[in-house]
Design a protein around this ligand. Sequence first.
Ligand code: ADP
Ligand code: MG
Length: 700
Amino acid sequence: MLDIENRSIKFLPGVGEQRAAILGKELGIHSLYDLLYYFPYRHVDRSRVFSVSELTGGMPYVQLVGEIRSFEEMGEGATRRIVGHFTDGSGFVDLVWFRGLKYLKNRLKIGVRYVVFGKPSVFNGRVNIAHPDIDDAETLHLSEMGLQPYYNTTERMKRAGLNSQAMAKLVSNLLKLTGENIVEETLTPTIISKHALMPLNDALRIIHFPKNTVELRNAEYRLKFDELFYIQLNILHYAKDRTLRYAGHCFSKVGDIFNRFYKEFLPFELTGAQKRVIKEIRRDMGGNSQMNRLLQGDVGSGKTLVALLSMLLAKDNGFQACMMAPTEILAEQHCATLRRMLSGLPVSVELLTGSTKQKERQYILEGLADGSVDILVSTHAVLEDKVQFGNLGFVVIDEQHRFGVVQRAKMWAKNRIPPHILVMTATPIPRTLAMTLYGDLDVSVIDELPPGRKPIVTKHIFRDRVNEMYSFIHTQLQAGRQAYVVYPLISENEKSDLKNLEEGYKQLCNIFCNYNIGKLHGKMKSKEKEEEMRRFSAGETRLLVSTTVIEVGVDVPNATVMVVENAERFGLSQLHQLRGRVGRGGNSSYCLLVTDGKLSDETHKRMEIMTASNDGFVIAEADLKLRGPGDIEGTQQSGIALDLKIASLSRDEQLLQYVRNVAREIVDADPEMNNPANRILWRRLMAIKKANNRNWGAIS
Ligand code: ADP
Ligand code: MG
């Protein structure tokens, strides 16, 4: 068998140095194996012949058989073209060429039977086909052609002659070179027969050159199965391995402090969902293995309180707890909330961030080491090796999508036995993505908001109607409420963005001259930021002009209006996060998304979804469908390779679930990987991990 993984693409007939460089740069194709796994994005059936009378403008590629009756030269300069009047007896259609006119005139003959292949469109009310492929009907054996593969190519590739057809030719050369036996089978005979899968070698050949659609579907199924199976096998095996290796701290009792807080200090009745989740957490932490739980709850659903109660369980069992937040503002806010809620109870809460002064830092570090600090609220600052706990038993990570896998793993190492971990996110992760990223991370959901919340009214506002919006904001401010105006500042270094924000600030100062207006962005010193935030929280400023630094967690119940400027530049989940900053008190709240009049279809869709739904899960699913998983916030940092070649997390949910069960059975039956029947699987898994060369496995 040819070692196609280690054979450079440049040695393939039809490639050579120059094209190899282009393939590598444009598509990441370096080896023969890479080319084999560069799958066509669709196929066109060349055995199907349409008749001219059937044609309409919106059709995809079609094929006609007939003859050209006459030629006509038309237009001048850039619009100069040749039109061939083509018929198959059922009607006429214009074939149009703008380039290569001379060559065409010599080559194409009137009255010869041709096969024409191209995409119909409508021009001046007539159907035409521009730059069709034309072949002599005598030499083309249509019935044998079957489905033709179409490959994505880039402009640079096309300039080097590497269009879709050329790619097909290269793949066909490759398959000639390898013969029938292209690669080693990746699944065991048991799996293949049990799940009625096509052998891998057949699937790889057929995915490029299928004879019919049934065959094609089967090949796709097999390859998707393969792809999803190994992702699942990896995470499930990893999770299994961890539970086998670590026992976990057992928080056996519910103690005094938890009970006192619950009975005497709780400011409100817990929602049913909060109660359920706390029960789930208690059960996990009271068992013998390390908890890894993902808590999903829409913005404002009361996750902080769940975290607090769980941390008290740690304290009651003689352990320390740590709560990590993605920004200093948020950490400060959490610390203040915890201290307020716990005042009067013997629980010490400290804050450690990058801005903590040296003297105080020293004091806190000592307290952590000797166990006198019960709860530490922190940011990335806690990850430093210098921060050592006496007996850390529980870690809460808030707004998890800002933290990567590596950072989470660092927290495990803060105690000899890794602490229990609770990851909280307000950006619900779609189920398929969660299954892919988190293996056996258990998921809890708070699917109920505290009582008395009114749904936030979301409106899409075109820029030419902003005056009406300003007068609406006036009425809200007059009623004593507060408002946010958020500008996009995607990268904190974007000068032009910062300018927009400054100009917007000036303008708003003019419009709302009777009110104090604050300004907040990531370029400010953290002291300044803190002060701005404090002023807004205290109601000293009534309007806050800001970037997305306020995106997560900030809690000012009196704020009822969230204006998002240039809303088209934000993703769905980000918009939803921003919206979650209002609607936190008892007053009706509003989210106003401002855009220009001219929008792409995708932006229109996003605005529609936002105005139609307040449900974070609906939004997250829609986001996954619109953008694909690679772009979803957090997946880049997650450390997992999600550039799926054929499966899709939004379309193949059922298969994913199915394949996960297959992988789980194997891991459960063979956790130590020593059943010889599964050798093929483990070998392949190791090879994939090595190839990914990333922290693919280290997922909590
Ligand atoms: P998030 O889930 O977005 O982190 P928070 O924990 O910040 O939400 O809670 C949002 C607000 O709801 C806070 O002001 C909090 O005090 C309040 N809250 C939480 N739980 C309840 C409850 N059971 N009843 C009433 N208010 C609650
Ligand atoms: Mg929160």
